[in-house]
Design a binder for this molecule. Structure first.
Ligand code: HEC
Length: 184
């Protein structure tokens, strides 16, 4: 009986010890709720600043502001938590935000879900967190249709800042892109 007890405690300690080492080697890994909170923080920062700029100086000036600051603002939150955070799209405005093959596959999956009337959900795969970005009416001022939701002078500004822009033609509740967070 005593032997069994000793055997059990040894096994138990070994398991505990193993768990500790795994936990230590993974100390750079973030859990899902924390990673999601980084995305909310980035989203709030981008949208909050954007809406403020539109109110203060109008859509064209807000465009210029996004042109200079959208990527740096996104990176600021990433740097604060030592994680990589980015926004990507299949129809990107900024060439630096083009989705890679893996991201494009996830985008099609999300589009199919929206098409089927389902709300696309965040997804973790191979240490990356993917969070869908869906359009609402506020986005259409700069991502909608020229001559209806996008004013002509806004369209001109978009063309001059982004000659290769792909990010127009959206309606409400369409998949605009993804937030991607590196979990490790
Ligand atoms: C004032 C105009 C404006 C509004 C309104 C706006 N955007 Fe954008 N958006 C831009 C600009 C400019 C860029 C390119 C930023 C850059 O150069 O990094 C951009 C880029 C993006 C990107 C990154 C991928 C890409 O195409 O480069 C996403 C995703 C995005 N916008 C989603 C949205 C969503 C969702 C909304 C509404 C909630 C929205 N935007 C509203 C101007 C706008």
């Amino acid at each position: 009986m005593k032997k069994v007890f000793i055997f059990c405690t040894t096994v138990l300690s070994a398991i505990l010890l193993m768990n500790c080492t795994t936990a230590q080697s993974n100390k750079n890994t973030i859990d899902l709720p924390t990673a999601l909170s980084y995305v909310s923080e980035t989203k709030d920062l981008l949208m909050g600043t954007l809406m403020k700029k539109i109110k203060e100086n109008g859509t064209e000036n807000a465009l210029e502001f996004c042109n200079l600051n959208a990527i740096p603002l996104t990176q600021t939150v990433g740097e604060k938590y030592h994680k990589k955070i980015k926004r990507v799209s299949d129809k990107n405005r900024n060439p630096n935000n083009a989705a890679n093959a893996k991201e494009l596959a996830i985008i099609s999956q999300y589009k199919a879900q929206l098409f089927a009337g389902k709300e696309p959900q965040p997804l973790v795969e191979k240490n990356q967190l993917y969070v869908p970005i869906v359009t609402n009416s506020q986005c259409l001022k700069c991502h909608g249709t020229v001559g209806s939701t996008i004013e002509n002078k806004t369209a001109e500004k978009i063309k001059s800042l982004y000659p290769k822009d792909l990010a127009i033609g959206y309606k409400e509740n369409e998949l605009r892109g993804l937030f991607v967070v590196q979990m490790k």
